[in-house]
Design a binder for this molecule. Structure first.
Ligand code: NDP
Length: 252
């Protein structure tokens, strides 16, 4: 039986890897993106070249009208409701609390947190109407529990995702829908390498497993959460960080 996975922010980085991983696992994959048209076409073509089926749709995850159109187009294409939603789309701005501009705060909260709400609500309504016991996975961050410097808006959004995950799990549990969060550690993507060319060396040193993660390190646990083996897990944050955010700061 065909299954549908919906991934937000599937054009680059971790989302791109998720699109390919779900397609390789036999899902139809619909993904959103907002700026990277050519990257989105490339990933859809790569999937199709391997015999899979993926479709990128330009959709701002934080805009309700866009999200409605995204799910309308997705379900007209697939012919059935989603089995899986991964809320992956996310943006960052770098600024101290004292300097942060209102527009940056709004963009980050709208994309990361409101986007998660709008897409979860739309997917869950479709899953419930179709009687599907779906799986929803939110991509968090170390910021779910720790204060990162110069990322106050991002940290607030990911802290919100932590609580949003728990409320969604509690409310959607009676319908058989699980909702969990995967919180990555330092993951090498085009974006993180652009921001810091020394990213792998710098973050490996302070990660207990002495390496940075890859998008594939995230895709594995995300897929695991969609399997029958994970069907009794809900409302949890799973840290996929090589131990990075389990360490206490220690003065000696
Ligand atoms: P990327 O910047 O590579 O990917 C972000 C994706 O989100 C892109 O596909 C982008 O599409 C999409 N996106 C951004 N804004 C919107 C929007 N308004 N509507 C729809 N899509 C949008 O980042 P990463 O792959 O590194 O990060 C992916 C997720 O993982 C994020 O939630 C991030 O917070 C989280 N994460 C990443 C870590 C890392 O080390 N890489 C660590 C911890 C968490 P487009 O290019 O078209 O704008």
């Amino acid at each position: 039986m065909k299954r549908l996975a919906v991934i937000t922010g599937g054009s680059t980085g971790i989302g791109r890897c998720l699109v390919k991983a779900f397609a390789a696992a036999g899902y139809l994959v619909s993904f959103s993106y907002v700026a990277s048209d050519s990257a989105a076409s490339e990933v859809a073509s790569e999937v199709e070249a391997k015999g899979g089926s993926a479709r990128g749709i330009d959709c701002d995850v934080g805009n309700a009208a866009d999200v409605k159109r995204f799910f309308d187009e997705t379900t007209s294409w697939s012919g059935f409701a989603p089995d899986v939603l991964v809320n992956n789309a996310g943006v960052q701005t770098w600024s101290s609390l004292l300097d942060l501009e209102e527009g940056a705060w709004d963009r980050v909260i709208q994309t990361n947190l409101k986007g998660c709400f709008l897409n979860t609500q739309a997917a869950a309504r479709l899953m419930i109407a179709a009687g599907k016991k779906g799986t929803i996975i939110n991509i968090g961050s170390g910021c779910n529990k720790l204060a990162f410097p110069k990322l106050v808006d991002y940290t607030a959004s990911k802290g919100g995702i932590e609580q949003f995950t728990k409320v969604s799990a509690a409310e959607l549990g009676p319908y058989g829908i699980t909702v969990n969060c995967i919180a990555p550690g330092a993951i090498v993507t085009e974006r993180t390498l652009d921001e810091a060319p020394d990213y792998p060396e710098t973050w490996s040193k302070i990660t207990p497993l002495r390496r940075v993660g890859t998008p594939e390190d995230i895709a594995g646990p995300v897929l695991f959460l969609t399997t029958p083996a994970a069907s009794f897990i809900t409302g949890q944050t799973i840290w996929v960080d090589g131990g990075l955010f389990s360490q206490a700061p220690w003065p000696y």
